[in-house]
Design a protein around this ligand. Structure first.
Ligand code: ATP
Ligand code: MG
Length: 158
């Protein structure tokens, strides 16, 4: 199944914007207008992006900004979700993709979750021959990157 990733991102961000109003979180979209297709099942794509954006929201301060960017890199598409939240200590940055791993207990208590979201995202991305990783500065913010095999333009959508 091929998915128009840009369209997908916009739909998901629209949905999050409604929830985010309460916390006064703003979204910035850096998404090319030209249709860009990736080989991935739509429901799985939604699951990955939902997970990453809801983390960004959970760990963002009131009034924070979340930037979602998409770019081509050769045969891959790179998607990134950046927040201005509390960040993740360097030693935890690889572990957040492990099942049930949560950075610290205080954080775990104040914001709900099971610690499965990113483990599932990683499995789904790997199943599609992509990669997923985090870059974060503790106290400043986090960016989650992932790649997907990029597909040449296709006519007529799905
Ligand atoms: P679930 O997704 O199952 O509801 P969760 O959000 O705690 O629970 P993950 O999405 O797997 O689990 O994330 C694992 C941990 O990584 C989180 O508990 C949190 O400590 C840390 N983390 C993830 N994303 C961010 C982020 N954007 N900023 C700061 N910490 C993060
Ligand atoms: Mg999560």
């Amino acid at each position: 199944q091929s998915v128009d990733v840009g369209l997908f991102l916009h739909d998901i961000i629209d949905r999050f914007e409604m929830i985010a109003e309460e916390k006064e979180i703003t979204f910035t979209r850096k998404i090319p207008a030209k249709p860009t297709y990736a080989k991935m099942a739509a429901d799985k794509m939604t699951q990955v992006i939902d997970n990453v954006i809801s983390n960004a929201m959970k760990y963002s301060p009131e009034g924070g900004n979340i930037t979602i960017a998409m770019l081509h890199q050769g045969h891959q598409l790179q998607i990134s979700i950046s927040d201005q939240g509390m960040g993740i200590p360097r030693e935890s940055q690889a572990k957040i993709f492990d099942r049930f791993y949560r950075v610290d207990k205080a954080r775990a208590r104040s914001v709900g979750g099971t610690g499965l979201g990113l483990a599932i995202a990683k499995e789904l991305i790997h199943a599609h021959k992509g990669e997923i990783w985090a870059e974060s500065e503790y106290g400043k913010g986090t960016t989650i990157f992932f790649t997907l095999p990029y597909y040449a333009m296709k006519e007529g959508g799905r």
